[in-house]
Design a protein around this ligand. Structure first.
Ligand code: KG4
Ligand code: ZN
Length: 341
């Protein structure tokens, strides 16, 4: 079965061709250079650029896979959560294509797509596992027993970890996105003294996260110590911030995995690209099997949507052509819906 996967929930357009669960082609068109000048994603630009690139990206994906549109057996598309304008571009495009080709359409949840993405890369990974999804919009801990049996054990009560990275990078004048640049600076000078920043909600059985206190503490520290006067100040702030974020993420994930008696841990989403986080998780590799995908599978991509869509379609799960897109499903219990018809 050949499935076309489309991801358009934020500032990347991802298109993939997935055949019987294996990725044949994965293309990503990133808008980072447009948004970086504004210090964050400008939603209006995001949807406009999604519209500009999506058609040619799908055409190129088919040509690189050596298939025609008519060879596609199903279409998987991100239905939410994310920027609703950007989501609706991908969703409406997918609907049009599904209608034209008379093929099944399946709406995929972006966070679930991240959660299952390690299965694409690691053949040896099997259920059940403790899954941490950590990105610009999400920081969530799950117990994953199958493709359809997933329970959430914790989530951020304020900022997502990636959002904290982006805001701290903004405060340090390092531009958007903040994760990769802070990651690089934090790892540059090994012997620099790391500033000790606070970690929140650290009680043993609390699996929720909070990064807003950390963010405030870092910004206060930046104001008091003016990075630039002494270059080591920047390194010690970046390394200290990274250590605090990674420390919280690793401690809570490991503690949940122990409590649930899991043998396997997965980490996915954009922040899973972080080298400090990867290193800290690797310290637990004698106790757990740790699965963290390659960087291009951590950040937003069409493969994870096509992969999950393939498995859902195989289970007979599909969506109606008048399905809705949604902006948020974590902090607002009632999903914000927008019609895509
Ligand atoms: O998964 P993703 O591409 O989009 C969302 O679903 O949010 O994640 C993007 C986020 C951004 O906040 C970015 O700063 C962060 O992932 N990120 C990183 C790294 N690479 C990307 N954060 C920390 N370290 C990195 N190396
Ligand atoms: Zn994402």
């Amino acid at each position: 079965m050949i499935v076309l996967g489309i991801e358009s929930s934020c500032d990347e357009t991802g298109v993939a061709i997935v055949m019987d669960g294996s990725v044949l082609v994965d293309l990503v068109s990133s808008q980072i250079s447009v948004h970086s000048g504004y210090g964050g994603v400008v939603p209006e630009f995001a949807s406009r650029i999604q519209l500009e690139v999506i058609g040619s990206l799908v055409r190129r994906a088919c040509s690189e896979a050596g298939i025609k549109l008519s060879h596609i057996d199903g279409i998987a598309v991100t239905a939410g959560p994310g920027l609703i304008g950007a989501i609706l571009i991908g969703l409406n495009f997918a609907k049009g294509l599904a209608y034209m080709l008379d093929k099944p359409l399946v709406g995929v949840d972006h966070v679930r797509a991240h959660l299952f993405s390690p299965l694409i890369e690691f053949d040896q990974l099997s259920f059940p596992y403790t899954g941490l999804v950590v990105s610009g919009g999400h920081t969530e801990l799950y117990t994953v027993r199958s493709l359809t049996d997933v329970s959430m054990n914790g989530k951020t009560i304020d900022d997502a970890a990636g959002e904290a990275y982006d805001k701290i990078a903004g405060a340090l004048g390092l531009g958007y996105p903040g994760g990769p640049v802070i990651d690089r600076i934090a790892g540059e000078k090994k012997n620099v003294r790391k500033v000790k920043f606070p970690m929140a909600l650290m009680k043993k059985d609390n699996y929720n996260f909070s990064f807003s206190g950390l963010k405030t503490a870092v910004i206060k520290h930046i104001k008091q110590h003016t990075p630039g006067a002494d270059p080591d100040v920047l390194y010690s702030i970046a390394a200290g911030f990274q250590e605090a974020v990674a420390g919280v993420l690793v401690k809570k994930t490991v503690s949940l995995a122990r409590y649930k008696r899991m043998k396997r841990i997965t980490v996915s989403g954009g922040v899973a690209a972080n080298s400090g986080l990867r290193e800290m998780f690797s310290r637990f590799k004698d106790e757990f099997e740790i699965y963290i995908p390659s960087v291009n599978l951590c950040t937003d991509n069409g493969s994870m949507v096509g992969f999950l869509g393939y498995h859902l379609l195989k289970l007979g799960i599909k969506s109606s052509i008048d399905m809705d897109g949604y902006a948020n499903n974590t902090l607002i219990p009632q999903r914000t819906r927008a019609s895509a018809t």
